[in-house]
Design a protein around this ligand. Sequence first.
Ligand code: HXC
Length: 513
Amino acid sequence: MEQPIERLERLRAEALQGGGEARIAAQHGKGKLTARQRIDLLLDPGTFEEMGMLVKHRSTNFGLDKQQFLGDGVVTGYGQVDGRLVYVFSQDFTVLGGSLAEAHAKKICRIMDLAMQNGAPLIGLNDSGGARIQEGVVSLGGYADIFYRNVRASGVIPQLSGILGPCAGGAVYSPALTDFIFMAEGSSYMFVTGPNVVKTVTHEEVTSEDLGGAKAHATKSGVTHFTARNEALVIQDIKDVLSYLPQNCEEEPIRLDYQEGDETRLKLDSVIPESAQQPYDIREVILEIVDAETFKEVQKDHAENMVCGFARLAGQSIGVVANQPAFLAGVLDIKASTKAARFVRTCDAFNVPLLVFEDVPGFLPGTDQEWNGIITNGAKLLYAFSEATVPRVTVITRKAYGGAYDVMNSQHIGADLVYAWPKAEIAVMGAKGAAEIIFRKEIAASADPEATWKEKEAEYAELFAHPYNAAARGYVDEVILPRNTRAKLIRAFKMLENKVDTLPRKKHGNLPL
Ligand code: HXC
């Protein structure tokens, strides 16, 4: 008879085999790692504690009773990332395609419950053919059990989703409910309905990659927040993002030691071009101001007229939101507003202070924008800033025109401090358009309309294209030399580090969706 210890060892060895050698080889053949290899990359060495290694499904449908794999296609447990507790699940595609059903879902729910009760991040590594077809409705129920927990955990603990293989049907909705999605180029895709269904319903011919690959979601849909060339880099991205976030909403992000030195950044004095119509890359400003090599951009290739990302300033974790004059002149449109609103809310939920750089000519006009709801979508950004209680500081580098002035974290909607650079233009609209509207009659009646227009434009610019009207009202706290911006911001965020601000008691707000 088999001895108890031998039995345990045999079962463990069996579980570690997942779907068997052939399927592991096939997984590697696709350039993919196994579920356990991914966990090894993610967690600090020797810290992983597995739970439910011997769990089995109990279905007998379609011969499933003869397809028993210990662990049921998902490896779950807890461990540490950079010495901090995290909970993790990693789907095993070598077991029934990583498909999800009753037992698999229960294992995930169990660690989700523990993550919530113990206030630590949840990391999901997804690689699954979706609902396990043989198990029927219990698979759907299992998904819904996870969705429900994702929502309950939203804003309480950070939830990060790596997509490292297929993610089809309902499987996309759990990642979509989490804070960040990370995709691997070439080997991961996400869609609600795959290419075959698309072809039947809409007659479109599209590949999986074009429909829901990392590139499509990084550029077109904005569904993924990060993409990387391979799985190891995806996992590094997950760790990087985690380093800017606290364990849960009651805690502050970790602050690194910082020794103040010469914080002057002379280069900033010459970043803004001579002409207000000329673009410049706002990343140059961001990189000069935040701590070296700490800027981690979010949704980099989506809505490029808005730049969002985490960084550190004197060791403190901050969220940067910036208009990008180098793309569509930094105009606010539907995608840019939604992108920034989401990022602002994520930072606010997890006590990450916000630093805003503003250079925006206004909202993008046109039927496309109006009919697709720039009103509702622009309102999301207004809502997100107004609601945020974390420390918030704005630097107006150049244009702050129209409604966009209000929206981009103005003092009126709760910014704690607003700085402007000397070339800032803070007005209802640009001088050219303003002159055309206010002086239409004079321009039309003039012997030389073009010259009159130019003259009136100059008059308006003289009156409004500077920061001093806003400074006179106190809407701008200080007009600063660009070179001093980093030093000012370090002091500002230090001054704000004990800020307390609360929202009125309510069930929840009604974000314009
Ligand atoms: C059971 C599945 C499975 C599934 C894959 N497998 N998906 N088993 N249920 N959903 C099994 C396969 O039978 C195979 O078993 C192994 O996993 C690997 O699959 P392959 O097809 O050989 O791999 P590949 O060629 O890489 O293709 C992967 C795939 C494809 C694109 C994911 O398997 C696929 O299209 N699967 C079905 C996807 C799907 O329609 N899912 C249901 C979505 S509906 P063997 O034994 O040969 O290794 C849904 C509803 C949820 O999710 C709703 C919640 C709101």
